[in-house]
Ligand binder design. Sequence first.
Ligand SMILES: Cc1cc2nc3c(=O)[nH]c(=O)nc-3n(C[C@H](O)[C@H](O)[C@H](O)COP(=O)(O)OP(=O)(O)OC[C@H]3O[C@@H](n4cnc5c(N)ncnc54)[C@H](O)[C@@H]3O)c2cc1C
Ligand SMILES: *[C@@H]1O[C@H](CO)[C@@H](O)[C@H](O)[C@H]1NC(C)=O
Ligand SMILES: *[C@@H]1O[C@H](CO)[C@@H](O)[C@H](O)[C@H]1NC(C)=O
Ligand SMILES: *[C@@H]1O[C@H](CO)[C@@H](O)[C@H](O)[C@H]1NC(C)=O
Ligand SMILES: *[C@@H]1O[C@H](CO)[C@@H](O)[C@H](O)[C@H]1NC(C)=O
Ligand SMILES: *[C@@H]1O[C@H](CO)[C@@H](O)[C@H](O)[C@H]1NC(C)=O
Length: 486
Amino acid sequence: MLGCRVAVVLLLLISIHGQDQFGEKDQNSYVAIIGAGVGGSTAAWFLREQLGTSAHLDLYEQGETGGRTQIFKQDDEVFEMGASIIHEENRYFRELADRMGLERERPGVDGSQISIFDGRHFVFNESSWSLVTLYRMLERYGLSYLYMRQGPQTMLQRFKQLYQLQEEGRAFSTPEELLQAVHLYNLTQRTFRSELQDRIGTGAAANLFAKEFVAGINRIQYNQGNSINALAGMVSLLPTIDGRLFRIKGGNRLLPERLIGAANASLHQGVKVTKVHRTKGGLFELHHKSSKANETIVSRRYSAVLVATPLELTDIAFSGFMVPHMPVRQYQTTVTTLVKGRLRPAYFGIEALPKGEYVMVTEDAQTPFSVIGPQKSLPDGLRIYKLFSRQSLEGTTLDAIFANLTVLADREWKAYPHFNPPERFPPFRLAPGLYLNNAWENAASAMEMSAVAAKNCALLAAQYLKRTSLREREVAFGQDSSRLEL
Ligand SMILES: Cc1cc2nc3c(=O)[nH]c(=O)nc-3n(C[C@H](O)[C@H](O)[C@H](O)COP(=O)(O)OP(=O)(O)OC[C@H]3O[C@@H](n4cnc5c(N)ncnc54)[C@H](O)[C@@H]3O)c2cc1C
Ligand SMILES: *[C@@H]1O[C@H](CO)[C@@H](O)[C@H](O)[C@H]1NC(C)=O
Ligand SMILES: *[C@@H]1O[C@H](CO)[C@@H](O)[C@H](O)[C@H]1NC(C)=O
Ligand SMILES: *[C@@H]1O[C@H](CO)[C@@H](O)[C@H](O)[C@H]1NC(C)=O
Ligand SMILES: *[C@@H]1O[C@H](CO)[C@@H](O)[C@H](O)[C@H]1NC(C)=O
Ligand SMILES: *[C@@H]1O[C@H](CO)[C@@H](O)[C@H](O)[C@H]1NC(C)=O
């Protein structure tokens, strides 16, 4: 009896000592998030949902909130320079936008029929009459389009099962497990090209469809051809299947911005995290530098940390734990250029352009751009166009394509992974209490992918924090805690 009392007192002393050492009362309620893009901001929201009001959330952002969702604004007119469209079935993004009081709008541009350019000729022109377009599709591509439709729809149905799993509180330590739970893993292990061949065959019409139409869409979405993995391919094609798309009025970056406020996360902007160190006590210290001062600052200690940026695009060192194997993923460079002007028909070797002036290009078209998309028609007859390219476009190149040219804005991105199936993934869970949100970005990169990963990581973190605080209580009351696996 006495021995037991002594043990309890000793344990209490140890835990009090622990508090002294850490200098904080409730360690479990401090969580850090690195990166304030869609991933980091939705993670803040989901963590708040999981941990309640007493948790303290610190959000570190080296640059702009919104990450890869940035806009160019001119006379109240907003143009997306990064991520622009979302599918209506992307539940988290849609519901959170509604919840934050943001207005959703259709991304459509006035009468922009698509034409496909192979570098020399326009091989396909969409008509403003859908029956005419359908006839042209059948004529050039046979039934390929119809055969292909099923793929993205099945993918979407499977993807939607993730919401159900997450509602039940299911979380996964690795992308493989998460993808396997909804039967999407296999798609990440093969190229979209081979998936296409299985679905539409290898006849002449099917090959044209793959090279011209499908690869053209992939160049718009991921600036890559059909060598991307099949899941990314399905994600890329989905918008063309049913057209149920939206964007946020005023810019998609309004969602991250509002979520940070609504989740009551403390934003440390202009602060670059350089190191995550796991202490012997299992807490985390962040080393960071502000853009103003050069000295490294060591943060307070956190119970959990969520890294919401691709590690490949930043240099964050890890110490104090065994870092799991992490394949290094390459990122695709995409340059967004916004111009005002008039397309020159002569550049395309013709006298008059196809009506819509939305130019996508075939898989191996040797064009300096990957797509030209009209954004707005101006009263003076000029238009605003957005171009994606793999390298930045020289003034002389742009002058050859456009008359009356003004460059409004340009921005170079490390935009999304350069997909390379079979994809290998780092884990979501790097260590107990430490999570990597962008672990599955090379399955497919999209704002909703980052949001679903954020929910997964928030669930993992919450489950971990509950277990550790339970363990601490059990230690304090002298119970056996060895069965609690951390
Ligand atoms: C041109 C383009 C077009 C796209 N089109 C679409 C689209 O139409 N639809 C769609 O859904 N997706 C699209 N995407 C993809 C989409 O943008 C991304 O998948 C998504 O936004 C990734 O969000 P994230 O929060 O995971 O990463 P990010 O947005 O990259 O956020 C990471 C943040 O972390 C910060 N950070 C990095 N390192 C540190 C550090 N050490 N310390 C502190 N902060 C750090 C960065 O500054 C950044 O703000 C597009 C992307 C690009 C570039
Ligand atoms: C927001 O967080 C801060 C710091 O953790 C806290 O002091 C404040 O009470 C919180 N506000 C709300 C409304 O929860
Ligand atoms: C994935 O591939 C494996 C091995 O080829 C196969 O056994 C399994 O049935 C496939 N799973 C799905 C969901 O297609
Ligand atoms: C910041 O510190 C690093 C290393 O401590 C040094 O190499 C660098 O020159 C410093 N930069 C500035 C702007 O002081
Ligand atoms: C598409 O339209 C352009 C311009 O009007 C024309 O030159 C081209 O031949 C058309 N292509 C097809 C396949 O009809
Ligand atoms: C476009 O350029 C031409 C020739 O330089 C000029 O005559 C015309 O007025 C310009 N149009 C607009 C709308 O600026």
